[in-house]
Design a protein around this ligand. Structure first.
Ligand code: ZN
Length: 199
């Protein structure tokens, strides 16, 4: 099982980190040891002093495919859920300056909490993240720079997609630091889909 993530897929978030709008999707991977399921707690890693939450819509691949054309891409995923792309922002900033890959900042153990899935039906899905009952991130899939179909098509030009592969599709604005004791709750429309406590 592979976990793909898209960086800079919402223009307001790209701006808040001082990044330009990309021409192609920015893709990186996390290993399967990054996954946190069933509401398991997230343990803050000791190598970072600035771990950020990034709430993201996640689609699950349910059909093997490679070099998928955009107009057929919707046939390759049928479920949607929420995940958090925990990011050690201090490490990522150092890596960016040196032009190095981001894995140490984004692929560490527990960096990918994943909630429940529901069938994918509509376009324009609202999602949000509450930290300690305060709304901190709000997004809608219609504001993505690259659509689910464009992402699936793009990724499949390079990597064969297999059943169960996950794609974290980018975060809207409002990312911020987490601390021990924080309770994170992700909502798809009004439905609680993901809970994660920081320890
Ligand atoms: Zn992200």
């Amino acid at each position: 099982m592979k976990i793909f993530c898209v960086g800079r897929n919402y223009s307001e978030h790209a701006k808040e980190l001082g990044n330009t709008i990309p021409e192609n999707p920015v893709i990186f991977c996390k290993p399967d040891t990054a996954l946190l399921r069933n509401g398991d707690p997230f343990y803050l890693p000791d190598f970072s002093k600035d771990v950020h939450h990034e709430i993201e819509l996640v689609i699950r691949i349910h059909k093997t495919g490679k070099k998928i054309q955009e107009q057929f891409a919707a046939n390759y995923f049928n479920e949607i859920g929420l995940g958090i792309d925990f990011t050690a922002r201090d490490i990522q900033s150092q890596l960016k300056v040196k032009g190095l890959p981001w894995e140490l900042a984004k692929g560490f153990d527990g960096s990918a909490p994943l909630g429940n899935f529901v069938p994918y039906t509509a376009k324009g899905i609202n999602f949000s993240l509450k930290k300690n009952d305060l709304l901190v991130q709000v997004g809608n899939s219609k504001d993505m720079i690259f659509s689910f179909e464009q992402i699936v098509s793009f990724v499949s030009q390079y990597f064969t997609l297999k059943v169960g592969d996950l794609i974290y599709t980018g975060t809207p604005a409002g990312v911020g630091k987490v601390a021990i004791g924080d309770k994170l709750q992700g909502y798809l429309e009004q439905e609680l889909m993901l809970s994660c406590e920081v320890k």
